[in-house]
Design a binder for this molecule. Structure first.
Ligand SMILES: Cc1ncc(COP(=O)(O)OP(=O)(O)O)c(N)n1
Ligand SMILES: Cc1ncsc1CCOP(=O)(O)O
Ligand SMILES: [Mg+2]
Length: 285
């Protein structure tokens, strides 16, 4: 790779404890096949020489897929294998020192747990920041969750790429995207899946759907959904419900203040300026 023109929506991090009996190379190749756009080697407990070997292997693998490789914590290993960058936490080597060693072309990502840390990392020249843990996660036990409130704040105030991380699964990713994340990162939900390629495909699908909802083009209509301005191509209420991944679920749709019976969804157009409430009932009853 070598150049820093990078962008990504799905960030896959290694976690060998999540796939006993399956080789790291195989699992990460599956993630790449499924569409992971960036890979991080995170091996907290392995001896350094083993981390180096894994980094060499992943350097070769990610190069085949033309995807950037980032090394967690170990700047020396990143340099040794010509990785594309490093990821550093609040207690790791400070950003300024890392930048002085790595130079302007390497990617440096910084973990943040609040908006003050995010603004500091942005001002200090980070290439991206991690925002999390959004939810409690066994991958970082004991870490307090920052919740989607911080994701929302980051979406409003941070101008460099930020990636939401921590406890994100296919069951809760919509709430993270709804809060404004355009990039998400996962360990267990990808490498702990029995089918990492399918898990990545499913995450990418959700990311693309939200991207389409939030990026206007000449054919899209501005509407208001649950109090938020959105863009949509949906012709009918039925299509809109599908775009939000709510088909087959127990929901009530209110259009411009009037509850719309389910039979009418397919025939009711979504017009520019429409105001919708999609009320989703969770659980049985
Ligand atoms: C993308 C991304 N975001 C956050 C982290 C966490 O880094 P850190 O806070 O240094 O914790 P460890 O991963 O080192 O335990 C990350 N690795 N990647
Ligand atoms: C490394 C890290 N940093 C913040 S949360 C987290 C763990 C993410 O792992 P998972 O996707 O399994 O919750
Ligand atoms: Mg770290």
């Amino acid at each position: 790779m070598g150049s820093k023109t990078f962008d990504f929506s799905l960030y896959a991090i290694t976690g060998e404890n999540y796939h006993p009996g399956r080789e790291l190379k195989h699992v990460m190749e599956q993630a790449l096949r499924g569409g992971a756009d960036i890979v991080q080697l995170r091996a907290k407990d392995a001896p350094k020489r083993e981390v180096l070997e894994q980094a060499r292997m992943l350097r070769e693998l990610t190069a085949q897929y033309q995807v950037p490789l980032v090394i967690n914590d170990h700047l020396d290993i990143a340099l040794a294998v010509s990785a594309d960058g490093v990821h550093l936490g609040q207690e790791d080597l400070p950003l300024a020192e890392a930048r002085a060693i790595l130079g302007p072309d390497k990617i440096i990502g910084i973990s943040t747990h609040n908006i003050a840390q995010a603004l500091e990392a942005q001002a200090g020249g980070a290439d991206y920041i991690g925002v999390g843990p959004v939810y409690p996660t066994g991958t970082k036990p004991g870490r307090q969750a920052v919740t989607t409130a911080y994701v929302r704040e980051a979406a409003e105030r941070i101008t460099i790429p930020f990636v939401a991380i921590g406890g994100i699964t296919l069951d809760n990713v919509d709430a993270v995207l709804e809060a404004g994340a355009k990039r998400i990162c996962a360990v267990s939900a990808i490498v702990g899946s029995s089918d990492p390629a399918e898990a990545c495909r499913a995450f990418k699908h959700r990311l693309r759907e939200y991207e389409a909802l939030s990026s206007p083009d000449s054919a899209s209509k501005r509407i208001r959904v649950n109090g938020r301005d959105e863009w949509t191509h949906a012709g009918t209420v039925q299509e809109l419900v599908g775009q939000y991944g709510l088909q087959g679920q127990r929901i009530v749709v209110e259009l411009n203040g009037v509850i719309l019976s389910k039979d009418a969804w397919g025939d009711t157009p979504v017009s520019e300026g429409a105001q919708l409430e999609l009320v989703h009932f969770v659980g049985g009853g």
